[in-house]
Design a protein around this ligand. Sequence first.
Ligand code: ADP
Length: 450
Amino acid sequence: MFKKILVANRGEIALRVIRAAREMGIQSVAVHSTADSDAMHVRMADESVCIGPPASAQSYLSVPAIIAACEITGAEAIHPGYGFLSENAQFVQVIEDHGLTFIGPTAEHIRIMGDKITAKDTMKKLGVPCVPGSEGGVATLEEAKALGDEIGYPVIIKATAGGGGKGMKVAQNAAEMAKAFQTARAEGKSNFGNDEVYIEKYLTTPRHIEIQVFGDGKGKAVHLGERDCSLQRRHQKVFEEAPGPSITAEERARIGKTCADAMADINYIGAGTIEFLYENGEFYFIEMNTRLQVEHPVTEAIFGVDLVREQIRVAEGLPMSFDQDALTINGHAIEVRINAEKLPSFSPCPGKITQYHTPGGLGVRMDSALYDGYKIPPYYDSLIGKLIVHGRDRPEALARLGRALGELIVDGVDTTVPLFHALLAEEAVQRGDYNIHWLEHWLETNLGDA
Ligand code: ADP
C-alpha cells in the first residue's frame, strides 16, 4: 500500500485526489506555484511544496520540480489529475526512471493514444469503428483536396497532436480547403509543436458519446457505460450526463464491450475514455483520453464507484474492485462546468470571491476549490467548480440541477451559472434532444456569441 502520494495538479481535481487518498489512509502532498500559496489544495493536503512561479510552464509543467518534490517529501506515487502533465509520456518515463509510480497508464499507452493518427489506426485494428477519412497523415494541399472530393464535403482537418478543441478546422467545400488546411497545420505547430494533420468527414448532426473504460493492466478491462457531452461551446464540453438520453441498453452493451475488449487487448491500466461521435445509430471513434476526465463524477454517481480510488488501487498492483457484471446503472446524473467567465463573451473573469455558498441536499455534489475570500488567479483555466446532481431519472436530475443552481452563491466574479439557468428552460435540453452544434446556434441566437 502506498503511504504517500503527490498530486501534480491544482484546483478541484487536486482536491478530488486528496479526498480519495485520505479515505484510503494515504498521505497526500500538494504542489503549487507561488500564485497558489493560498489555494485550497495546499490547505487540504497533508504537506505541500512550492514548485515555481505562476506560469504553468515553470511550475505545474516542470517535471524536475515535481520529481524533486517527491524526493523531498518521500512520496512514492504521482497522480496527474487532468490537463497539465496527465498525458505526457515523457513525464511517465521520468517517473519510472526515478523508481516512482505514475497513477495512470503506461508511457506506451499514452504515446499510442496521444497521437490521433496512431490512435485511430490502433483502434481500427482493434475493431473499433472510426469516422471515415484519410489513412494517416495528409502532407500536401493537393492530397487534401483530392481527399475532400473523395470523402465528400464538409470535411474537418485535424492536427494529429491536437487537443482541447485546438488545431481543428472545417472546410465546407473545395474553396475553403486551402485556408482550413493551412490554419489547422499552423495551430498544430504553434500549440503542440507538430504540424501533421489528417482529414475526416465532418458529421453534421452527431452527438458526442464517450465510453468510460477501466483496465487492470493484466488483460482485464471493463466499461462503465457512456456519457453524453453534446452540449459544447467551441468544441469544449459545458454540460455532461450519464446515461446518454439517446443510447439504448443494447447499444451500450455492444459499444461498451467493443471498447472493453480493445482495452483488454492492449493491457490498458487505469481509467480511460474512448470518445465517439454518434449519428443515425452508428458510433465513430474520434479520440481516446488516457486519464481521468473532468466529467467522471456523472459516471461515479450512476455506478456508485470511486474512480480515483480504483486508479490508485490498480497502480499499486491490486485487482479492480468490480467486475463487468457488478456494474449496474442506478438513475441519472448531470454535471455542469462552472467557469469564472463573463457572458456573453465568455472572457475569463478572475478576481476575489466575496461570498461563496454551496448547494446541498439529496443527490447534490459540488467539486470546487473555492472558499470565501479566495482570489482566483489569472494564470490558469477558468473552471472554478463542477456541480453534479443525481436523480432517479432524467427529469428528476434536471429538476434537482435547477434547484441546486438556485442555492449556489458565487459573488465577486462573473460565472457561467446564468447560462445553465437559461439552458434548463429550453425544451430541447429538457427533452435531451440536441447534437454537438446545437449550443453554438443557441448562443448565437440568444447571447449574440460569435
Ligand atoms: P480535442 O482533442 O481537441 O478535444 P476531438 O477530436 O476530441 O478534439 O474533438 C472534439 C470535438 O470536435 C468533438 O466533440 C466534436 O464536437 C468535434 N468534432 C471532432 N471531429 C469531428 C467530426 N469528424 N465531425 C464533426 N465534429 C467533429
